[in-house]
Write a protein that binds this ligand. Structure first.
Ligand code: PLP
Length: 408
């Protein structure tokens, strides 16, 4: 066999080049997590602004207590898949809780959000079917399209007209048309034009799947996500989501009103051939979902904090993603500046995500912030102040404004 060093030589060169500019962004190791917004890195406290902990529930007293209780009562793991010994009553109760929260008939819990997309989409996308995915879709949606047997058609990001055009080209051909979109997109924090996409879906008689990974608990009066906020829940056949962001744990789900949904349990490979979530995770997710369902204050706080960060950075002259959602993407003029900026932020005690092509849309180099309801006003102000002074130091604020103007 070819050596791994030879096989992945390009990747290694890329990572080495990144590490040579400061530290390896793929190898950040927090020694201790002090709270949902602060962790120790190399002995120094870091303000966490890149963790998807939108509602700050990772240390919530009720979630932790429920998790500990389940751990003591039922052990550390299920040691089996959902279709063998890995379904405990907690898994089934959580599925009912999710279905009730969304006002739908059924729900399935998966071991990760990635597997929820992988499983649902690849299982539905059978031979002769047509899978229409947004060009900026998350990797789990792309991977699902490779695992499924349907024809895969990408439509332009957030462009319902392009979607409609591509669907029209399929006229006369057999098979289901399955559209996949996201609520809030994970790189730029923009929302899908869901009303328009739902109208296309109705006109074309397609099936619509919406991944609310970044919008659960944030958008909609009851926190059900963009489908609720846009008033199109009745048009959405499947909602997918994750437990690893607003709900502060790990796992994923799909929920639907469609008859026969339960049959997926015996055909969906990423559900069947992996171990189920441990009881402690199920218990904490159940507690965090109960909190989210009964208390909209955390959602309101994260929205307010997001606006504060977004406005502060915009005023400082950074070029940002189009909407003040909890993902605030700061557009860097180029890759090298992004890496230097990110390293300086870490040195100053601020942790954010460095997002580089090819993982980003439009080959953008991004500093990706994710805001939490647990951030205090002082923490948000501190983040803006650190980013602004480093922006000045690297002389990118004017360039950032120019880039924003050039982008229209
Ligand atoms: C849009 C989207 N869907 C699915 C996932 C996968 O979720 P998880 O990390 O919980 O597996 C992510 C994770 O980043 C995501 O951004």
């Amino acid at each position: 066999m070819m050596s791994l060093t030879e096989k992945f030589a390009d990747m290694r060169a890329g990572v080495d080049a990144l590490a040579a500019m400061g530290r390896n962004p793929f190898d950040i190791r927090f020694e201790r997590i002090l709270s949902s917004t602060v962790a120790l890195l190399n002995g120094r406290p870091m303000l966490l602004l890149g963790t998807n902990n939108y509602l700050g529930l990772t240390f919530d007293a009720a979630c932790v207590a429920e998790s500990v209780r389940a751990l003591q009562e039922s052990g550390t793991g299920t040691t089996g898949s959902r279709i063998a010994n890995g379904t405990y009553s907690g898994h089934a109760l959580l599925e009912q809780q999710i279905a009730d929260f969304y006002g739908r008939r059924s729900a399935m819990v998966f071991t990760t959000g990635y597997q929820a997309n992988l499983g649902l989409i690849s299982t539905l996308a059978r031979r002769e079917d047509h899978l229409l995915i947004d060009a900026d879709s998350h990797a789990s949606i792309y991977d699902a399209s490779r695992l499924g047997a349907a024809e895969v058609i990408r439509f332009r990001h957030n462009d319902p007209e392009d979607l409609a055009r591509r669907l029209r080209r399929l006229e006369g051909r057999p098979g289901d048309r399955i559209i996949v979109t996201e609520g809030i997109y994970s790189m730029l924090g923009d929302t899908a034009p869901l009303r328009e996409i739902a109208a296309v879906k109705r006109e074309m008689g397609a099936c619509l799947i919406v991944d609310e990974a970044h919008s659960l608990g944030i958008l909609g009066e009851h926190g059900r996500g963009l489908c609720e906020a846009a008033g199109v829940e009745a048009d959405v056949d499947f909602v997918v989501g994750t437990f690893s962001k607003s709900l502060g744990a790990i796992g994923g789900f799909a929920t639907s009103d469609l008859a026969g949904f339960e049959l997926l349990r015996t055909v969906c490979r990423p559900y069947m051939f992996t171990a189920s979530l441990p009881p402690a995770v199920i218990a904490s997710v159940s507690a965090s979902l109960a909190r989210l369902a009964s208390d909209s204050s955390l959602g309101a706080l994260v929205v307010a904090n997001s606006r504060k960060l977004y406005c502060g950075l915009a005023q400082a002259g950074f070029a940002l993603g189009p909407e003040p959602n909890p993902i605030v993407a700061v557009k860097m003029p180029d890759r090298e500046t992004a890496v230097r900026f990110w390293n300086r932020l870490v040195e100053e005690g601020l942790y954010v995500n460095l997002a580089l092509p090819p993982a980003t849309p439009g080959s953008l180099s991004l500093i990706r912030c994710s805001v939490s309801s647990a951030h205090t006003e002082t923490q948000i102000e501190r983040a803006v102040s650190i980013m602004t002074s480093i922006g000045r130091e690297l002389r990118i604020l004017q360039r950032a404004i120019a880039t924003a103007r050039a982008a229209g």
